[in-house]
Write a protein that binds this ligand. Structure first.
Ligand code: ZN
Ligand code: ZN
Length: 266
């Protein structure tokens, strides 16, 4: 293993932890905490690929010029080391993976409309959880050794605070016997309550309009809807795509029919 990639990964991670602590006084630091965490993750993935073979960090192993992106690294690790790293785009059955969300956050591609920093806090801790597990299982590296005790204690207390929020949300949901729950787009916990138009996450207090898709009856959040759609129907993205495709096919068949008649006259 080329140590410089591994050492680099460690320093990005330690920088990320410092930024997360700085964010307690200045929420704008969350973005940098996440950017550094994404950078660290990408480098840890490459370091792990190098353990298999040093050429595997290249996009094209024959040319060996550009190195792999974080998504390619994840795919390669999944195929070679059976790691199950989730780098998927969201669909009807599952939300977009945390890693992809974090990469978008680093690249400044955000979906507006609600407090971005709150979203970043939860995302940061989900990825930190994952990368801690990854470092421990793949490199036998404990993440807390990368920062001072006081920094680590602050990180842990933030993490525990989130866990407490989640636990009290779960307790409240249980007491009120709510059953229509979905994963919250902000905190990622399945504590967003849709029952009787509650439309609120009990962990992070995020509120937004939620409805049942008129077509497949799946609970759909307004923020999940594609921005470029111009319909007024309360249907989910997938059903909307299906309808568009069906409409295009119908138009195509009509055109074909029209052409056919034209030829008929010849
Ligand atoms: Zn939430
Ligand atoms: Zn639908």
């Amino acid at each position: 293993m080329n140590l410089s990639i591994f050492e680099n990964a460690k320093s990005y991670l330690s920088e990320s932890l410092e930024k997360a602590v700085a964010a307690q006084d200045d929420v704008r630091q969350w973005k940098f905490a996440i950017s550094n965490l994404v950078q660290a993750t990408e480098l840890f993935f490459k370091a792990r690929l190098q353990m298999e073979h040093k050429w595997l960090i290249y996009e094209d192993v024959d040319k060996r010029k550009r190195s792999v992106s974080i998504g390619q690294a994840a795919n390669r690790l999944n195929a070679l080391c059976q790691l199950n790293i989730d780098y998927g785009e969201g669909n009807k059955n599952k939300p977009t993976s945390d890693l992809l969300l974090a990469v978008r956050c680093r690249n400044d591609v955000t979906h507006g409309g609600f407090s971005i920093e709150t979203e970043q806090v939860y995302l940061f801790f989900r990825i930190l959880n994952y990368i801690s597990y990854f470092c421990d299982s793949q490199f036998n590296l404990s993440v807390k050794t990368l920062c001072s005790t006081s920094t680590w204690n602050k990180i842990i207390s933030d993490k525990e605070h989130i866990q407490e929020q989640r636990n009290s949300a779960a307790k409240l949901i249980d007491e009120k016997s709510y059953t229509e729950l979905i994963e919250c787009p902000i905190c990622g916990f399945e504590t967003f309550v849709v029952d009787q138009g509650t439309n609120t996450c009990f962990t992070c207090q995020h509120k937004e309009y939620a409805f049942y898709c008129e077509n497949c009856e799946r609970i759909t959040l307004e923020s999940e809807l594609n921005w470029d759609r111009d319909d007024e129907n309360e249907i989910c993205n997938e059903c909307w795509y299906e309808l568009c495709k069906a409409q295009e096919m119908e138009d195509y068949l009509m055109d074909q029919k029209a052409n056919f008649h034209l030829h008929d006259k010849d």
